[in-house]
Design a binder for this molecule. Structure first.
Ligand code: AMP
Length: 368
């Protein structure tokens, strides 16, 4: 049984690595020559919009999924319409995750609290947005933003003008700045027959818009229940198949949805060693119609992203119990090149170990 993956990044690589023990084969599609997933699975080299290649991928695979939420939807939809195969998660969810305005509208429609926002396509609209939402705020591109790219914090009228000059060529969204107490994400799978499995809440720390650290389980059970309710609403809305993630700000005990990702998520990497079934395996189970695996945590986990360049392996592996994942990527500033996870019996021991790991890596983040 072969699973197709559009995109051959680190998420595709970890999907393949999770699928091999189940006897699955993989085939990815990506234009990059040295793609992380292409190092562990066969790869079709070409553009995500190449319909001939997409058709080949669909015809050779039991099911096709994607590891990147910015894969162009049109080509995939056209090939799927010609009945060439099955794509999971649904392309309607992919399209929604690609546009911040569509995302906000969905949250509002499903009664999921989100930030106050205003679509911006001209300097006049930006002025109206500033009047309505106020300062401070964040101007974001509606599409193609990730890891803090395509956004600018706006604290004054002069900064608004500068942000417009920087980003104004693309359709934008202006939203309130949330003075959050912490950030969390909820990850869950919906499989055959509508069965769902939700992981413990993740506590996330970002630096310069990039995820640095995840702790799980995180926060009171009240947050967990609320986040799971919101996630389930989105899963049911799309009649979803696969793993879905929603990121939230938490302000004064209230969850405020920031964005959704129709795929396995960086904040769920801890599940590889820290949960009975990893998010990658559960994604595969869900899209293949297999029973979902338990999402029970095996302890208290911390996941630290390795960004820019990898430290010498020995620096990490000298710490007992550190699990290292390298993605096979060349070093580049701001690029996620690997991660490591620790799983401990108590949150106090986990935090002590995570603090030491962060210090050894010279990562300047505080444990929430
Ligand atoms: P995003 O790409 O929207 O997930 O933004 C990346 C990170 O930037 C978030 O996880 C937050 O840490 C920060 N951020 C984005 N939007 C806001 C906001 N409206 N208020 C406060 N922080 C934000």
């Amino acid at each position: 049984m072969t699973v197709g993956i559009v995109g051959a990044g680190q998420l595709g690589r970890m999907l393949a690595l999770a699928g091999y023990p189940l006897g699955l084969d993989f085939l990815c599609l990506d234009p990059a020559r040295e793609a992380p997933a292409g190092q562990v699975a066969p790869q079709l080299h070409g553009a995500f919009t190449d319909r001939r290649l997409l058709a080949r991928l669909l015809s050779r695979c039991e099911v096709v999924t994607f590891d990147w939420e910015n894969v162009p939807v049109t080509g995939l939809a056209a090939v799927a319409r010609r009945g060439r195969g099955r794509i999971c998660p649904p392309l309607t969810a992919l399209a929604t995750g690609q546009d911040r305005v569509a995302e906000k509208r969905l949250f509002e429609r499903l009664g999921i609290p989100t930030t106050r926002w205003h679509a911006v396509g001209s300097p006049q609209e930006l002025r109206r947005a500033l009047d309505r939402i106020g300062l401070p705020g964040v101007l974001k591109t509606r599409r193609l933003g990730y890891d803090g790219k395509g956004q600018a914090v706006v604290r004054s009228a002069a900064q608004a003008a500068a942000a417009w000059r920087k980003l104004g060529r693309a359709p934008l969204l202006y939203e309130e700045w949330v003075d959050f107490d912490c950030e969390v994400s909820i990850i869950g799978a919906r499989g055959a027959g509508g069965a769902t499995a939700v992981y413990p809440l993740c506590g996330n720390v970002h630096g310069a818009g990039i995820l640095r650290l995840t702790l799980a389980p995180f926060g009171p059970s009240r947050w967990q229940r609320q986040a799971a309710r919101y996630l389930t609403r989105v899963l049911e809305h799309f009649r979803y198949r696969g793993i879905l993630t929603i990121e939230f700000f938490v302000r004064r005990g209230k969850l405020i949805a920031n964005e959704l990702a129709p795929r396995v998520h960086n904040s769920g990497h801890w599940t590889i060693e820290g949960a009975v079934t990893s998010q990658f395996e559960n994604h595969l189970r869900a899209i293949l119609g297999l029973p979902l695996g338990a999402t029970t945590p095996l302890g208290h986990s911390a996941m630290v992203n390795l960004i820019g360049r990898l430290p010498p392996r020995g620096t990490l592996l000298k710490l007992e119990g550190v699990h290292l994942h390298e993605y096979g990527k060349a070093p580049r500033a701001g690029r996620k090149v690997g991660h490591c996870t620790i799983v401990e019996g108590t949150s106090a021991r986990r935090d002590a170990r995570a603090r030491r790991l962060l210090r050894d890596l010279a990562v300047d983040v505080r444990i929430p």
